[in-house]
Design a protein around this ligand. Sequence first.
Ligand code: MN
Length: 322
Amino acid sequence: MVLWAMVKWIFTHGDGDGICSGALALAANPDAKIFFTHPFGLLEDLKNASAGDVVIVCDIALSENNVSQILERFSDLSVSGNLIYIDHHPLPEWLPVESIPGIVIYDVGASSSELTYRFFESELAWPMDRVAIYGAIADYMDDTPIINKLLGGWDKRAVYFEVGVLVQGLEGHKRDYDFKRSIVSHLSLGLPPSLHQSLLTSAIESAKREEEIIRGLKEHIQIYGEVAYTLDFPFPLGKTAIYARALAGTRIGVAGERRSGLIDMSIRTCEERIDLNRILRRITLKLGGSGGGHPKAAGARIPEENFQKFIKELNEAALSTG
Ligand SMILES: [Mn+2]
């Protein structure tokens, strides 16, 4: 008989919801390895796992440009071992959820943390429900029946403080995976974010910096029709996109940064009628990139030379949806 060491993997996103999902999955699988990834890196990162492994993927959207290869990989992993896919991002429109191989926990109406909590609930003891609440608030998806019920066990104000520490503390640590891993294991032990000293220190620094930024950002914003955008502004993309839109008074905010010939972007809107996920999946593909996410908060990556075309297309889409 051949014995080999089966490895448990948790592939998760590096944002607040992803970190809380990872912490919940880790609390239920303390021997698992945590690996941070994103929609564009998942395929490559899954190569770390071998046949027979248990692979848990949390909070990673399936992106239009590599979804078929990812599904093939999911299929291989679920035949030889276990593949658990937990997510809440809209799927490519042609892809029915039933066609994703493996154990699939999918719901666009809840955070990935809530879904992870629900899946591993029987293996999670108090106070781990609080981590589901943290992740849900971090992703603005706390108004669900389950999260509201879980909140009944806590003082909302104390929980919001902890989420503030987590979200603000993560700012500026985008690719600092060791720092993020230390937070995942901290949370997986049931400890609150404010007891993680370097996270707390980082949160206070971020709060100070955010205050300076919102007072100085205005002169860095470019406006094209209903799109306000910034390029290489040294502040987290998601927040920059929110403030750019708000300060310019446009329908859409974009914050981009150059990375080896590509522009990585966060895109935000508050308009009910605009579905950024739909728009981005359509326009990025023909500009040689990829994109998608949630209706009001999404991301994209396109070749640098197509950035102006991208902004133009985004403006047209914003105008045509009301
Ligand atoms: Mn999420």
